[in-house]
Design a protein around this ligand. Structure first.
Ligand code: UDP
Length: 473
């Protein structure tokens, strides 16, 4: 009988970074019940309610520890970009991460430390506690490829990437315009860019990179990564890993969806913290109305910074920001819910036929696992790259045009909504995403992702046995 193998994971703050890395460990434990996991969670201000509720549902062989929260006053003033807020929070939490790891390894040897990319500085701790080290990369293989190539691009390209005349060609990926690179790379003198470059340089130093994607979806990029790594960097695609919805959830949205015709509703949501400006909320409302299609819209209070609600709990009622009379005029066709919906169950509902999404990677994978085609509306982080992957490489989404003021106007919204929901082009997208859904099911049943995870688990078990033997001598 195999002894317990201990794994520690370090997430970064924010529900959408916490869930995928924890879901990864749940899957590991499902397949290999002799593993024990401790999940270490940094937070900015008080921990998010959604994260607390989620961690309460974990099985007994996954423990979780909230680190002492970092107070906002400790961060440099004026930082609003989510990636930078996350990075500062993790960096300031390093002493407490170290303390927890020290205490854990004094009780039982740690076999592997699996960390979110924002926790790259913890690689040193893995060395100190003689454990293997892995990054958990929570986005696409294409984004990982950019991350690994960024140090070289930084040396070779002068000026801003967004001004490049030619698209950037990452091996095995569709060409990318500079303007579609992640938000921090749009201004190379910004702190956010410097911080992502520092992370990018560290990523290749771990024993391996666990990726939440799968071979059938990104075969070109994954194979090219293997070539790039040349055996020195090891890649482990184990996805798609997403949270499971609870089947007995009773919720206003789901009851409302029960009353709608099959495949008729466009679900509109911008992730766990995406926000729109007041002007854009107005245009979106008018556009949905103009499209005459059914919709379920998760609305947040407006902000001029698109990731404003990412790490915040807010109490403001967002419905007050809708145009006058909108709710009354659309009450036969639509439902607007404040701030949060049970997304996985919504996407799984037979009435949902499309997803207008900010293209956060979890939303992309969840939509794909339910076979729901998308309208892409990227806001921040690597979401524009995800949109390119969906629209150009996989052809499962439509991308509306932003006007010169950075707004998608109501006519454009109505046009893409109709195209997705009722026109021939939408049918083609739906067929293709349903094919991907089948591949995803296979990857997780006995396909490449499951084989990859089992191989990794065996390597960890062997390492645990060897370290146990050598410490017994
Ligand atoms: N989510 C949800 N309900 C909401 C909004 C988001 O359950 O109303 C979940 C969604 O299912 C996904 C995560 O929050 O798992 C959002 O992650 P994603 O990577 O799509 O975007 P991010 O929040 O990182 O911008």
């Amino acid at each position: 009988m195999a002894k317990t193998t201990h794994i520690a994971i370090v997430s970064s703050p924010g529900f959408s970074h916490l869930v995928p890395i924890v879901e990864f460990t749940k899957r590991l434990i499902n397949l290999h019940p002799n593993f024990h996991v401790t999940c270490i969670v940094p937070s900015l201000g008080s921990p998010q309610e959604s994260s607390k509720a989620y961690l309460k549902t974990l099985p007994s062989n996954i423990d979780s520890i909230f680190l002492p929260p970092i107070s906002k006053e400790k961060l440099p003033q004026g930082v609003v970009y989510p990636g930078l807020l996350i990075q500062y929070t993790v960096t300031l939490s390093l002493p407490s991460i170290h303390e927890v790891l020290k205490s854990l390894s004094s009780k039982a040897p740690l076999t592997a430390l699996v960390v979110d990319v924002f926790a790259f500085q913890t690689l040193e701790f893995a060395k100190e506690f003689n454990s293997l080290s892995y990054f958990y990369f929570p986005s696409s293989a294409m984004t990982l490829s950019l991350t690994l190539h960024l140090p070289r691009l930084d040396e070779e390209v002068s000026g801003e990437y967004k001004d490049l005349k030619e698209p950037i060609k990452l091996p095995g990926c569709v060409p990318l315009l500079g303007v579609d690179l992640p938000a921090p790379t749009q201004n190379r003198s910004s702190e956010a860019y410097k911080s992502s470059l520092e992370r990018a340089k560290a990523v290749s130093l771990a024993d391996g990179i666990i990726m939440n994607t799968f071979l059938e979806m990104e075969s070109g990029a994954i194979r090219a990564l293997d070539e790039f790594g040349n055996g020195k960097i090891r890649f482990h695609p184990v996805g798609p890993i997403t949270q499971k919805g609870s089947s007995n959830e009773v919720d206003e949205c789901l009851r409302w969806l029960d009353r709608q015709p099959p495949c008729s509703v466009l679900y509109v949501s911008f992730g766990s913290g995406g926000t729109l400006s007041q002007q854009q909320i107005n245009e979106l409302a008018w556009g949905l109305e103009l499209s005459c299609q059914r919709f379920l819209w998760v609305l947040r209070a407006p902000s001029n910074s698109s990731g404003a609600a990412y790490l915040e709990n807010t109490n403001e009622d967002p419905l007050q920001f809708l145009p006058n009379g909108f709710l009354e005029r659309t009450k036969e066709k639509g439902l607007v819910v404040p701030s949060w919906a049970p997304q996985v169950q919504v996407l799984n509902h037979k009435s949902v036929g499309g997803f207008l999404s900010h293209c956060g990677w979890n939303s992309v994978l969840e939509s794909m696992q339910e076979g729901v085609p998308l309208i892409t509306w990227p806001l921040f982080a690597e979401q524009k790259m995800n949109a390119v992957l969906l629209v150009v490489a996989l052809k499962v989404a439509l991308r509306p045009k932003f006007n010169e003021d950075g707004i998608v106007d109501k006519e454009e919204i109505a046009k893409v909504t109709k195209c997705l929901m009722v026109e021939e082009e939408g049918k083609g997208l739906r067929e293709r995403i349903n094919n991907l859904k089948d591949y995803a099911v296979n990857a997780l049943r006995d396909g490449f992702s499951t084989q990859t995870l089992s191989k990794l688990a065996s390597e960890w078990e062997n390492f645990a046995t060897i370290t146990a033997r050598s410490s017994a001598h």
